[in-house]
Design a protein around this ligand. Structure first.
Ligand code: SAM
Length: 278
């Protein structure tokens, strides 16, 4: 028992929270597991937590039981609000719920740094938000860390190393300005109802500054072009990107015959600088 609230199965029955596909709902009902996910985000006592998609509140309860200073939860399904209000009553002043779509509401005004983002979200929404959180106008961003559930394959793409099949835009975008690792693997049966695929929790910690200097737009454009045709040699995949790309590749220390997946972050950044200067 991590708290005095009713078990989640009972909460779901009481509030008739049958999982709806339209909301991408696969709930975690094991509070020991949600407390473990909360712990994977590090010490929560001195942080505000932004939780997206609390649903019936399993992870929310894990966060609060693990001592989160304040939890701000954004939930799109209004059916979940009464269950979340019960949790708020049990932890006075520590849980605030915003009813709305996380892709549309801006919760920043309600958060005091340091902020940790923690979420078990529908996979498509999770990837969209990850990209937004990784590409703010200014760096460092509003958050210190992101602890997010993904389809296992996406988690592997985020943490992938050069030379692997999973290595690509997502790995470079995240690892340029953050540290990312998989902290937990979950089988489909961990969820109710079980999804078709396995899942993994990724913990991402931001760096104060990018690992290597580069203009974000130039870097993103080159990486996108390189991996869009990942089987092609870079001199062909990047042909449309700049006049004389072959000599620019060479100036960045990249053999023009190499493929995108062979090139590590440092040389992608070097290429972005060479292209920006050309
Ligand atoms: N966090 C809960 C758990 O672990 O059991 C629920 C997880 S369920 C996979 C995803 C939750 O995100 C659902 O409660 C769903 O209603 C909510 N959701 C889906 N799309 C959302 C969006 N765009 N903004 C906010 N919440 C969303």
């Amino acid at each position: 028992m991590i708290d005095d609230l009713p078990p989640l199965r009972e909460v779901i029955r009481t509030h008739d929270l049958r999982a709806k596909k339209a909301f991408g709902q696969n709930f975690l009902l094991d509070l020991n597991l949600t407390a473990r996910i909360a712990r994977a985000a590090g010490d929560l006592h001195d942080a505000d937590i932004l939780e997206i998609g609390p649903g019936p509140g399993g992870l929310t309860r894990g966060l609060l039981a693990e001592g989160a200073r304040h939890v701000l939860a954004v939930e799109k399904d209004p059916r979940c609000l009464p269950a979340l209000a019960e949790i708020a009553r049990s932890y006075p002043g520590r849980l605030q719920v915003i009813a709305g779509d996380a892709l549309e509401v801006d919760p920043l005004a309600h958060l005091t740094p340091p902020v940790k983002v923690i979420a078990n979200l529908p996979y498509n929404v999770g990837t969209e938000l990850l990209i937004r959180w990784m590409t703010p106008r200014d760096w460092p961003p509003f958050w210190d860390s992101l602890t997010l559930m993904f389809q296992r394959e996406v988690a592997e793409r985020i943490t992938a190393r050069p030379g692997s099949k999973a290595y690509g835009r997502l790995a470079l975008m995240v690892q340029w300005r953050a540290e990312a690792r998989i902290v937990l693997h979950l089988p489909p049966e961990a969820f109710t109802p079980p999804p078709k695929v396995s899942s993994a929790v990724v913990h991402i910690t931001r760096l104060e500054a990018p690992r290597f200097p580069a203009d974000p737009k130039v870097l993103e454009r080159l990486v996108a072009a390189g991996f869009n045709q990942r089987r092609k040699m870079l001199r062909a995949a990047l042909r449309g990107q700049h006049k004389g790309i072959e000599s620019l590749l060479e100036a960045a220390g990249i053999p023009p015959t190499a493929r995108a997946e062979e090139i590590e972050l440092e040389r992608w950044c070097r290429l972005a600088r060479v292209v920006a200067d050309a």
